[in-house]
Design a protein around this ligand. Structure first.
Ligand code: CTP
Ligand code: MG
Length: 250
């Protein structure tokens, strides 16, 4: 690739796409997960603020529940958000993958770097966001924040019914495994190509880029970037917020 064909990395504008269109089935009955409150503020607003806290992020595209775009727009109006950041809201789809693609479709042309961040990870620290952006600016086509695992992981032959014993087929060496978080950062053209090319179920965006044959790199993630998935995660998230408030007070 010639120098001319790539804009100067340090000047390439960065946008964040936040898929927030999921129902949150594992969290139990209630409003769509992204709209549930953490200490009185919707999880989605926490997630938007976490991304907009990076001075590199100049646009945030929120992918709302399919019938909830108007509600999300009024939520954004009702909460204070940084003035230097632009916001867009688009309706999402049936799967996370489809929601991310709908968010990518809404991106204006100047954004050469895209972050994809789960609304369900409302507490990601800004240093993690900036670390991902820096790695993309340094030339990586795809970057994931990742942490070593505490548990040993087994591959099993999944049982037909939950609760039935499952034969263990392998134990990958834990030292080589990482738990992957978001925001994941991408060269925009690479991510768009992945979304145009890869079909089939995936649970993150980077694995689509892997399927293209492109290299994905992992940078340090953060404990506080955990995903709110089950009811106990709400307790943990509110405890993290309480600890932050306490620390801010000193
Ligand atoms: N997501 C989305 N569109 C979908 C499904 C998921 O935008 N059709 C988003 C969720 O809103 C969430 C992120 O993808 O921010 C990660 O998904 P997950 O944690 O699985 O959230 P849900 O799908 O809402 O939860 P569950 O799987 O328990 O229903
Ligand atoms: Mg889901």
């Amino acid at each position: 690739m010639s120098d001319e064909s790539r804009s100067t990395p340090a000047q390439t504008p960065v946008a964040a796409v936040i898929p927030a269109a999921g129902r949150g089935v594992r969290l139990g009955p209630g409003a769509p997960k992204a709209l549930r409150a953490l200490n009185g503020t919707p999880m989605l607003i926490h997630a938007i603020r976490a991304l907009a806290a990076s001075r590199h992020v100049s646009l945030v595209v929120v992918v709302a529940p399919p019938d909830g775009a108007a509600e999300v727009k009024s939520l954004l109006d009702a909460h204070s958000l940084p003035e230097r950041t632009d916001f867009l809201v688009v309706p999402g789809g049936e799967t996370r993958q489809e929601s991310v693609r709908l968010g990518l479709d809404a991106l204006p042309p100047q954004y050469g770097i895209v972050l994809v961040h789960d609304a369900a990870r409302p507490l990601v620290p800004v240093d993690t966001v900036d670390g991902v952006i820096e790695a993309v600016r340094d030339g990586a086509l795809a970057v994931v924040p990742a942490l070593p695992l505490a548990d040993t992981v087994k591959e099993v032959e999944p049982a037909a019914e939950t609760g039935e014993p499952e034969p263990v087929v392998a134990t990958p060496a834990r030292a080589r495994l990482r738990a992957v978080q978001t925001p994941q950062g991408f060269d925009r053209a690479t991510l768009v190509r992945a979304h145009e090319t890869v079909i089939g179920d995936v649970t993150d965006d980077a694995s689509m880029v892997e399927q293209l044959g492109a290299t994905v790199v992992a940078v340090p993630g953060h404990e506080e970037a955990f995903k709110v998935t089950r009811p106990l995660d709400l307790v943990l998230a509110e405890a993290v917020l309480a600890r932050r408030r306490l620390n801010d007070g000193f």
